[in-house]
Design a protein around this ligand. Structure first.
Ligand SMILES: *[C@@H]1O[C@H](CO)[C@@H](O)[C@H](O)[C@H]1NC(C)=O
Length: 362
């Protein structure tokens, strides 16, 4: 067969280009391996510095390769790398957010009813109630969105971690873009939540919440049966609610899915929200994004500036017994009619609601 000299040199050139490309593709694989060795357990992909800053070329060359991540993330795997390091706007709809409300049977009437009357009514499809006892009335109201975790109703570390474990699994199953966990004494200001989450990409590693302490927690991590080492990490307080992007949630799988969450919690003997922080900050080396838009009943809520209340993401209430700890929002309903102020907040956000004062008389 006759090959022209031009054709041959072009083939040689193309072949060497292909070889170069192959070598470039192999570099990141060879380089990232030693890094993963530092961690107590294998990371699906080192978050460290390999995809950010100086190593841009490596970040780009990884894009086309099937990675462990891509397998977990399906078709969205590729987008992960191209947006890494920068905030990107995406049209996030409310239906893309999975909202888990943690409750217990004894609060179905006193706390959940208020949530169904207010914010949950605006996010029925994507709000899931995680409880510990069957309740026909609740089942009629919320149907398949009520999940009986079969966890103990005790307020113990084990029972709380059991519920969180079920929440995690249901979120993964849901295919939604964001996981947000709240308690049954939280009001979720949905427009604020949607706005906050749309400033991030769900394929990035995002862990958003309010740190419960002003310093990282230090925990003893049981390594083997005898020894233990100390780890320091931040965690978002569960009582104020927190959100995790799908990209990050998928990476948590080895320590969080199918009952592994309970094993992980036992390793550090800390509650559910601390365990989430431990998996994300200590094991996956992803930092908590601190936000003060989430609020728990442990704060002094009376100090919140009234003008700012509707811009927050979550609110709470507490301490009706001795002292009312509620957000300082006046009008609409009296304190006796609306002790938590949730109805007032709801009517300011959705004045068209039929039970809101201005509509009651027609
Ligand atoms: C709880 O138990 C019921 C009845 O056995 C079962 O149908 C349900 O799937 C269980 N829930 C979970 C989250 O495993």
């Amino acid at each position: 067969m006759h090959l022209s000299p031009v054709g041959t040199s072009r083939r040689c050139f193309l072949a060497s280009l292909a070889l170069c490309a192959l070598v470039l593709l192999l570099i990141p694989t060879l380089q990232t391996q030693p890094r993963q060795g530092k961690l107590p357990q294998p990371l699906p992909r080192g978050r460290s510095s390999s995809c950010e800053g100086a190593n841009n070329a490596i970040g780009l060359s990884v894009t086309g390769l099937p990675t462990v991540d891509a397998k977990f993330q399906g078709v969205q795997g590729d987008a992960h790398f191209s947006v890494s390091g920068s905030r990107s706007r995406e049209a996030l709809e409310l239906k893309d957010i999975f909202i888990a409300v943690k409750t217990t049977r004894k609060y179905h009437k006193s706390r959940l009813q208020l949530l169904f009357q207010t914010w949950v009514s605006k996010a029925k499809e994507q709000t899931f109630i995680f409880t510990d006892g069957e309740d026909k009335e609740l089942r009629q109201k919320a149907g398949g969105n009520v999940i009986n975790t079969n966890c103990s109703a005790a307020h113990t570390r084990q029972a709380l971690c059991c519920k969180m474990s079920v929440e995690y699994d249901k979120f993964i199953e849901s295919q939604k873009k964001w996981f947000c966990h709240v308690d049954d004494d939280n009001y979720v200001i949905l427009p604020s939540l949607q706005r906050l989450l749309s400033s991030y990409s769900h394929t990035q590693d995002v862990y958003l919440g309010r740190p419960s302490l002003d310093h990282p927690i230090e925990a003893a991590e049981r390594v083997k049966s005898d020894g233990s080492t100390s780890v320091k990490f931040w965690f978002a307080t569960g009582g104020a609610g927190f959100c995790i992007s799908r990209g990050l949630a998928l990476k948590m799988s080895p320590w969080a899915s199918l009952g592994n969450f309970i094993t992980t919690a036992e390793k550090i003997r800390l509650p559910d929200d601390c365990t989430i922080g431990y998996i994300i900050e200590a094991l996956l080396e992803v930092s908590l994004t601190h936000t003060h838009l989430f609020h728990s009943h442990l704060e002094n809520l009376q100090r919140m500036p009234a003008d700012d209340i509707l811009n927050q993401v979550t609110l709470s209430y507490g301490g009706f017994e001795n002292r009312r700890n509620v957000v300082p929002i006046a009008g609409m309903f009296s304190l006796a009619e609306d002790p938590s102020r949730f109805k007032t907040v709801h009517c300011l956000l959705y004045p068209e609601t039929d039970w809101c004062p201005r509509n009651i008389h027609h």
